[in-house]
Each structure stands twice: as structure tokens, then as C-alpha cells.
Write a protein of this length. Structure first.
Length: 102
């Protein structure tokens, strides 16, 4: 194939632009057994929230029975939920989370 023809072929090939990965909301669910302080600790340790953000999420969860913790790729969301759930179970708390598409 002549050089000029190769250049034209390269210029005419259009590469698809990769899509942003779908994002997912991690939702913490209220229960009557997990302590407020433990929820704050999980928010700080697992979800890297500030003390104030963690406190606000815990308060929202208490009042509204659920709160958005953050938005992540599916793998990150699953990983954070697994770590937080493991922490809760090791302390004897039934803390639960949902993962929802954004």
C-alpha cells in the first residue's frame, strides 16, 4: 500500500471516545442498634470524610433513615461497602448500605 494511502486511511479512522464509567451512590441505612459514634468513625476511616461531614451524614441518616455517603465507580463503591460492613460486623453492629446507580 502506498504511503499516501496509508496516511489517508489513518486520518479517516475515527476512534470512539471512551465513556466515563457509570457512577454509583453509596447509601447508608439507619438502624436502631449501630451507635452514632461508630457511624462517624466508619465515615472518617472508610469513606475519608471529615469529622463534620461524617457527623452530618450520621445526623441525616438518623433523621431521614438513609443518607448518601458518596458517589464512586462500582468497584470502589463495592469495596468501601464491604470494608464498612466488615468493620460493623466485627463490632457487632448490623449497619447496612445500598449501592444505587447515579
Amino acid at each position: 500500500m502506498p504511503q499516501q494511502e496509508l496516511q489517508q486511511q489513518r486520518q479517516s479512522s475515527v476512534r470512539p471516545v471512551p465513556k466515563e464509567p457509570r457512577r454509583y451512590r453509596v447509601i447508608i441505612l439507619n438502624d436502631d442498634f449501630t451507635t452514632f459514634e461508630f457511624v462517624v468513625d466508619v465515615m472518617v476511616i472508610v469513606f475519608q470524610k471529615t469529622q463534620q461531614e461524617a457527623w452530618d451524614i450520621a445526623e441525616t441518616t438518623h433523621v431521614n433513615k438513609r443518607a448518601v455517603v458518596g458517589t464512586y465507580s462500582l468497584d470502589i463503591a463495592r469495596s468501601k461497602v464491604a470494608k464498612a460492613t466488615s468493620m460493623a460486623r466485627s463490632e457487632g453492629f448490623p449497619l447496612k448500605f445500598d449501592i444505587e446507580p447515579e
